[in-house]
Design a protein around this ligand. Sequence first.
Ligand code: TYC
Length: 101
Amino acid sequence: MTDTDLKPRLGTRKKVERPKRYLVVLLNDDYTPREFVILVLKGEFRLDAGQAERVMITAHQKGACVVSVYPRDVAETKTARAIEAASRMGYPLQFSVEPEE
Ligand code: TYC
């Protein structure tokens, strides 16, 4: 193990980048019922009951809370579906999607 050569050979260094991930952030508002927020977090973002409750309460108290991280298309699709479900009920629930780090 001590003589393992970790130096990249000329021309073999490959640029392999981890695909960027995106944070889905739940934003507080004054109108969406707490129970509806929890339903969306469970149904669309697959949080369990305890996680959904904690994320909802944190957003309620602090203004925002990270829900989860996903590849960009997944983050955007889930967020669009969640906003659409809220809007069908007349609720102004919003999320933001932002690149990690
Ligand atoms: N603030 C809302 C209320 O008091 C509940 C709520 C929590 C709404 C979190 C949005 O992201 C949210 N009914």
